[in-house]
Design a protein around this ligand. Structure first.
Ligand code: ADP
Length: 401
């Protein structure tokens, strides 16, 4: 079964064609600068097999429809393509950022589903319209091919009200759906599933703390395979310290900044999302740069690092209390998979929780996964490489039965 996974952004379309009989990637590519000058498609055919072929095509890409036609041409190109024509694609899986409370599961796309995604635009004004562009164009170009929407928020719809509600006037939830939704659900679900496999235990019996540390960062408490608490909230700003996002702050700061600096709401919002987090503290948002600066004795880089790992440790403690029993802590995404210093610092001093790191294992390069707990550790410590495209393709297959 061949599944095309589409992640449509406002000016880009990320895509992957997978053969789900073997769960292997046939093509991975990116159409960029849609509607801007200098449009470009880059793709790798048969990645990671030793038979890779790279494609780079520079051309004007005025809209998503042109971009989608271009990627269809790339995957079905006579010389470099992997299929003869688009009819070989069995289904299309779409990443959709916000499913609100409408979607607890992935959904076969119909007009009603499109309307429900539209109804959630106010919750994700930047992302859902771009996702809808991809869906609209793909439904035109792949008429008759089943299409499935996979939501970043769906995995967290199992949270109980005590975890997802803000302590605000209740009518704000009832009328405006103001509540915590959580994000990165596709990644948390994927690594939870893989962790259960590594632990040789049914997912429905696994209690896990999954720690996704990329540009955006979030943690999820997984109880019996289901999300019961997660750190991102109504928007992807709450919780952990991120590259440019502040994570948890005192909500009174808005009023204080307004009064003391005359900043308006838009300025404060932009600052918290784009000028805060690691970048706000030390001017750098890439953890590799922060390590280099720490080694040069940069005081603020050291402080940003210490704050970043302190916040993770605080959430580990909180999620232990939420779960009661924890089978494994699972690190994933750019920093989680690659950064042994962050893992070491975040886990330091947690021996009383039964968390003991194997320092030698922590220094190894992970393949698809790596066990980094010492034999005497009561809690398993894992690094699992996330794969959101594969998870979207798996869920697409599941929906099609
Ligand atoms: P996104 O959230 O955009 O999907 P990624 O999961 O790719 O991002 O993570 C990107 C971040 O991961 C980078 O900003 C960088 O800080 C970090 N990162 C990537 N590789 C490494 C590495 N080898 N060591 C430390 N940090 C890394």
């Amino acid at each position: 079964m061949k599944i095309l996974v589409i992640n449509s952004g406002s000016s880009s379309i990320k895509y992957q064609l997978l053969d789900m009989d073997t769960e292997s990637v046939l093509v991975t590519g990116l159409v960029e600068r849609i509607g801007e000058a200098g449009g470009v498609l880059t793709a790798t055919t048969y990645p990671g097999t030793g038979k890779e072929k790279l494609t780079r095509l520079e051309t004007t890409i005025p809209d998503h429809s042109t971009g989608m036609k271009l990627l269809i041409k790339q995957i079905s190109d006579q010389q470099d393509g992997v299929i003869r024509d688009a009819s070989e694609i069995d289904a299309v899986g779409h990443r959709v950022v916000h499913g609100g409370e409408s979607f607890q599961q992935p959904a076969l796309i119909t007009d009603e589903v499109v309307d429900a995604i539209k109804a959630n635009v106010p919750l994700a004004p930047l992302h859902n319209p771009a996702n809808l562009d991809g869906i609209r164009v793909a439904r035109q170009l792949f008429a008759g091919v089943p299409q499935v929407a996979v939501f970043d928020t769906a995995f967290h719809q199992s949270m109980p009200p005590s975890a997802f509600l803000y302590a605000l006037p209740y009518e704000l939830y009832e009328k405006d759906r103001i509540r915590r939704y959580g994000f990165h659900g596709t990644s948390h679900k994927y690594v939870a599933f893989e962790s259960a496999r590594i632990l040789s235990k049914p997912l429905a019996e696994c209690n896990l703390i999954t720690i996704h540390l990329g540009n955006g960062c979030s943690m999820t408490a997984v109880q019996n395979g289901r999300s019961v608490e997660t750190s991102l909230g109504m928007t992807p700003l709450e919780g952990l310290i991120m590259g440019t996002r502040c994570g948890d702050i005192d909500p009174a700061l808005h009023a204080i900044l307004h009064r003391s600096r005359g900043m308006d709401i838009e300025e404060i919002d932009a600052m918290l999302n784009r000028e805060s987090g690691l970048k706000g503290v030390c001017g750098m948002n890439d953890m590799r740069d922060i390590h280099a600066a720490r080694q040069q004795g940069d005081r603020l880089a050291k402080l940003a690092f210490d704050m970043f790992v302190h916040r993770i440790r605080k959430y580990i403690g909180a999620y232990f209390a939420v779960l009661g029993r924890v089978d494994a802590l699972v690190f994933t995404a750019g920093i989680g998979e690659n950064d042994r210093e962050v893992r070491k610092a975040a886990l330091a001093g947690l021996e009383n929780l039964g968390i003991i790191l194997d320092h030698e294992a922590n220094g190894r390069r992970p393949g698809d996964w790596l066990r980094i707990s010492a034999p005497e550790s009561k809690v398993e410590l894992l690094v699992v490489r996330t794969n959101e495209e594969l998870e979207i393709a798996r869920q697409t297959v599941e929906v099609l039965g």
